[in-house]
Each structure stands twice: as C-alpha cells, then as structure tokens.
Design a protein around this ligand. Structure first.
Ligand code: ADP
Ligand code: ADP
Length: 227
C-alpha cells in the first residue's frame, strides 16, 4: 500500500484559468519509508502538492490517497483525525507560539487528545532526539532559527505521524544549520520509518536525496529513485 497515491490530480484555484492550474493531471506514488525531495521553480506547484496530501487543499479533479485513505472525501473531525494520525507538517517560518515554552509548543497537537503515552515524557524524548532537551523551558524567542525549527520538528512528531511534510524547512536557515535539520529528518526516517517529503530549493540537499521529484508549471517532470 503506497504512503501517498496521487492519481490524475488537477488543482485550479479560484482565480486561475485552466491553463494556469497549480497542478495539471499529476500522478505520483510514494512508498512507506521513502525520503523524498521536491524541487522546481517558484510557482511549480510544490506547496500545493504538499497541501493536497495534508488535506489543507482539495483537488479540483482526481484522487489523493494516503495509506489507502481517500483524503479529499474527509471533512471536519474526520479530516482533523486523519491529519493527527498521519501527517506532521513543518513550515519554513517555524510557526511556534511565542508565549509558550519549547515543551509546551511540542505538546500542542496532543493536548486535546487522549494518548497511550505520557505527553511530557514523549515530548522530552523528542526534544532529546533533536538535541534540545536543555531548552525545554525556554521561549521560542530565546532560540536560534535552527533551534526553533528543531522544536517544530519535535512538535510535528508528537502524534507519531506516518508522514512528515516539510515546506522549505531550511529556507530561513544558513547552510550548515539547514544541513543539521536535514540530518535530523534523515534520522527520523531511519529510526521510525517515517515517510518524509521535503520541498527544497537547496541543490545540496536534493542531490543527496534517495528520491527526487522535479516539478515545473504544475507538472511532475521526473521522479528519480536511487537504485
Ligand atoms: P510553489 O510552491 O512551487 O512555488 P505553489 O503551489 O505555491 O508553487 O503555487 C502554484 C501556483 O498556484 C502559482 O501560480 C501560485 O501563484 C498559485 N497559488 C498557490 N496558492 C494559491 C492560492 N491559495 N490561491 C490562488 N493561487 C494560488
Ligand atoms: P512559497 O513560494 O514560499 O510557497 P508563496 O509566497 O508563493 O510562498 O505563498 C505563500 C502563501 O500564499 C501560500 O499559502 C500560498 O498557497 C499562497 N499563495 C501563493 N500564491 C497565491 C496567489 N496567487 N493567490 C493567493 N494565495 C497565494
């Protein structure tokens, strides 16, 4: 069963004409445990592709399945539950809540939920894995950009999602800090077999990726998998 199966997906935003569609009859299959980068010029449809997998946007036509679940058929609580169980999202701008401590930020997604694990213990384990246990009581504003992104990764992982979607996670970071973030995502991929899909403009990062998706003008030009 594929982690992601995108079948003939077209996405036309309200203000777009058919020929300007953000996605044009896209097909893509990603397997469980794959580590994928998505590259392409601005406007290629990369963010739209991630948002459609996460169920933030609905395809105009076509189907999106995540581990066999038809994402576009879900709404309300079912969509929220799907996202909670399957999807962790990491943004370019971190999106931490500035008034909450590091550990409180990590716990946010599980706060309204019953979990079979202890929330604080799990948050501390994840903070340890991203190398930030000593900062658990700091505020985001006291951290560097790279540290804030590591908190955001721990937050994305707290619900044990099957897939991490990262939209330019290193876009606001210098090269070596960005590399550290990618190393952490690779560790998560190995350790938990989490499927990872990263949108990136960084050629160095993409070069080392086992699976590379190239997009342009709403189409997938090529998918390269290392033999
Ligand atoms: P990328 O991430 O590759 O830069 P996007 O998916 O953000 O590409 O955008 C693809 C195309 O869709 C662009 O032409 C963009 O302007 C348009 N677009 C993206 N999001 C929206 C939106 N919410 N409403 C209208 N048009 C959008
Ligand atoms: P990026 O290229 O880094 O993804 P953008 O500046 O293209 O960022 O987009 C930022 C946000 O604005 C995204 O949520 C995207 O969906 C939305 N957006 C992009 N293009 C348009 C557009 N033409 N109309 C409305 N919203 C858009």
């Amino acid at each position: 069963l594929p982690a992601v199966k995108i079948k003939d997906v077209t996405k036309i935003y309200k203000n777009q004409k058919e020929e300007e569609a953000a996605l044009k009859s896209v097909y893509l299959e990603i397997w469980p445990g794959e580590f994928v980068t998505v590259q392409g010029p601005s406007g290629a449809g990369k963010t739209t592709l991630l948002n459609i997998i996460a169920g933030f946007e609905r395809p105009t036509r076509g189907e999106v399945e995540v581990f066999g679940i038809n994402v576009s058929s879900l709404k309300g609580k079912k969509l929220a539950d799907f996202r909670y169980s399957y999807i962790g999202f990491v943004f370019q701008q971190f999106h931490l809540i500035p008034s909450l401590t590091v550990i409180e930020n990590v716990i946010i997604p599980v706060l309204p939920r019953r979990t079979e694990f202890n929330k604080y213990e799990k948050a501390r384990l994840l903070l340890k894995e991203v190398g930030l246990l000593s900062k658990e009581n700091s505020l985001p504003g006291e951290l560097s950009g790279g540290e804030q992104q590591r908190v955001a990764i721990a937050r994305a992982l707290i619900s044990n999602p099957r897939i991490i979607l990262a939209d330019e996670p290193t876009g606001n970071l210098d090269t070596s800090t960005g590399e550290k973030i990618i190393e952490i995502l690779k560790f998560i991929n190995r350790e938990y077999k989490t499927t990872i899909i990263i949108v990136t403009h960084n050629e160095e990062i993409a070069k080392k990726s086992p699976t590379k998706v190239f997009m342009k003008d709403g189409r997938i030009l090529e998918v390269l998998r290392n033999a």
